[in-house]
Design a binder for this molecule. Structure first.
Ligand code: KIV
Ligand code: ZN
Length: 514
């Protein structure tokens, strides 16, 4: 029979620890609700003794979360344990999570004590916490660097004192999978009361092995996995829960275990955590990165169109992602171009694929990534030169000072005409964008504006990426310049050129139909 893996999420504790600024109460509640919605079994909501804010937030969450168990972290002291109890007691279903370091380096140089004292303290504090609840987790901090003989003694004592979950963290992400397997295997075989507890693992990613180590620990008998959404956490982060969940699901034939997760909530939960914590995902992040389900090379795109399973082991829809996307670049083949035309509803007899593909390659070489609106323009607009731009900047000036109002002036070439406009705004970008919209008269929504420094020296270049919504379609613009206002202008002018071409195409299609 398959055994259940308990999913313990510590995004709000270990994950939050790694952020530059603390999360607000509202943000933590939003994340906790998303985790509950996704079917996480245990949510570690914070470290209540660490600050009044953390205490208050843990208290608020404990009133709201009903379907997941909630848990708070405590050092091995009465006041920490009291704080967890006091902040979580409104919940019917809470756990106290106590930890103390067990490795020689921590005991000798950090705690400046002895193994015997550590064991005594663990026994005393677990017994103390038992007056509040029977659900006690004890973590042997730095367990993976603790000699196995000592670890067996400590685990045995903690279970005798009343711990119901024993966590064996790879606190510094140092351990190799086979070593981690051996630790769990030895505990299962050497500790005589081990069956009275659930063995949990908590892995860190310093050597990139957090998920691999968690899988190997399950094979050795661990039944609780601790991790965070998107793998955020101390240093290189924790075990990424979405990765472990999908690994267990995808390889279920090889793993005799299951989770109670709602898979279709994985993607949205990842997005919520990324946005609230302000940690963008790398595009190649497993499971939830932008490219996780997008295929670039012509050979792969062709394979996918013939049989998805050639290059896709996970179904994106299963985790809540809408469509398999292709990156349309100069490496894409005709099949991918045809597929995108089909997605937009154009039958292959309505355009010339050879001509479209030749022009596609030329534009892709210039632009990098090609979007659906570019394809329409290339396919249906013989009169429009897709390389020359309708709008270009002739001159701009922005005045900005400590008062919040900025003033911008801009002169744009618009086809054969030159137009000049000025506008005020809440900041220089707002002012210049308003002036540009006055000239071009488009009814658009700016839905994303992102400024990044391309390198971190004084000579760094600003890259502005924007997304604009126009007639229910999304247009993308990128601008690069040493001057961030200029980069912002280039980005919007580029996307307005795409919008202009898009309108011309629509007009041409209508003309040809009538
Ligand atoms: O990494 C670690 O050891 C921890 C413990 C507090 C569980 O985060
Ligand atoms: Zn940790």
């Amino acid at each position: 029979m398959k055994e259940k893996i308990i999913l313990f999420d510590t995004t709000l504790r270990d994950g939050e620890q790694s952020l530059k600024t603390n999360l607000g109460t509202k943000d933590k509640i939003t994340i906790a609700l998303a985790l509950e919605n996704m079917g996480i079994d245990i949510i570690e909501v914070g470290f209540p003794i660490s600050s009044p804010k953390d205490y208050k937030t843990s208290q608020e969450i404990s009133k709201i979360i009903k379907n997941s168990k909630i848990c708070g972290l405590a050092r091995c002291t009465e006041k920490d344990i009291d704080a967890v109890y006091e902040s979580l007691k409104k919940s019917k279903n809470f756990r106290i999570h106590i930890f103390l370091a067990t490795s020689p380096i921590h005991i000798i140089t950090k705690l400046k004590t002895t193994l015997n004292d550590v064991i005594e303290k663990i026994i005393f504090m677990i017994k103390y916490a038992r007056k509040y609840t029977n659900d006690i987790e004890f973590s042997c901090e730095d367990a993976s660097r603790t000699p196995i003989k000592n670890l067996c003694l400590i685990v045995n004592a903690a279970i005798r004192a009343g711990a119901t979950t024993i966590n064996i963290p790879d606190t510094v992400g140092y351990t190799f999978p086979q070593e981690y397997y051996d630790i769990i295997y030895n505990l299962k075989n050497e500790v005589d009361n081990i069956d009275k507890c659930i063995i949990s693992v908590h892995t860190h990613n310093d050597l990139g092995m957090a998920v691999g180590n968690a899988i190997t620990a399950i094979n050795a008998g661990a039944r609780q996995i601790e991790g965070t959404v998107n793998g955020i956490g101390e240093r290189a982060g924790n075990c990424a829960l979405e990765e472990i969940i999908m690994a267990l699901y995808t390889r279920k034939q090889n793993m005799n275990v299951y989770t109670n997760i709602k898979y279709n909530k994985i993607y949205i939960t990842s997005k919520i955590v990324s946005e609230i914590c302000n940690i963008p995902l790398s595009i190649n992040k497993a499971i939830v990165g932008k490219n996780a389900f997008s295929h670039s090379s012509g050979i792969h795109q062709d394979g996918i169109l013939k049989n998805k399973k050639t290059y896709e082991i996970l179904d994106p829809k299963f985790i809540g992602v809408n469509e398999t996307e292709f990156n349309l670049t100069s490496k894409s083949g005709r099949a991918a171009v045809k597929y995108h035309m089909e997605l937009m509803g154009y039958k292959s007899n309505t355009y010339d694929i050879n001509k479209l593909y030749n022009n596609f390659i030329k534009l892709a070489d210039k632009k990098g990534q090609i979007f659906n609106y570019d394809l329409e323009s290339l396919a249906f607009n013989n009169e429009i030169d897709n390389i020359t731009e309708y709008y270009s900047v002739k001159y701009f000036n922005v005045e900005s000072n400590s008062s919040s109002i900025s003033i911008a002036t801009i002169k744009l070439q618009c086809g054969n005409l030159i137009k000049l406009e000025a506008a005020t705004g809440l900041g220089p970008v707002d002012a210049i964008y308003k002036a540009i919209i006055r000239i071009t008269n488009y009814n658009i929504d700016l839905i994303k504006y992102r400024l990044i420094a391309k390198n971190h020296t004084e000579k760094s270049i600003g890259q502005v990426e924007i997304k604009i919504k126009y007639k229910k379609k999304i247009f993308h613009g990128i601008g690069l310049s040493k001057d961030i206002i200029e980069a912002s202008i280039i980005a919007i002018v580029n996307s307005l050129n795409d919008i202009w071409r898009f309108d011309q195409v629509k007009k041409n299609i209508l003309k040809n139909k009538s």
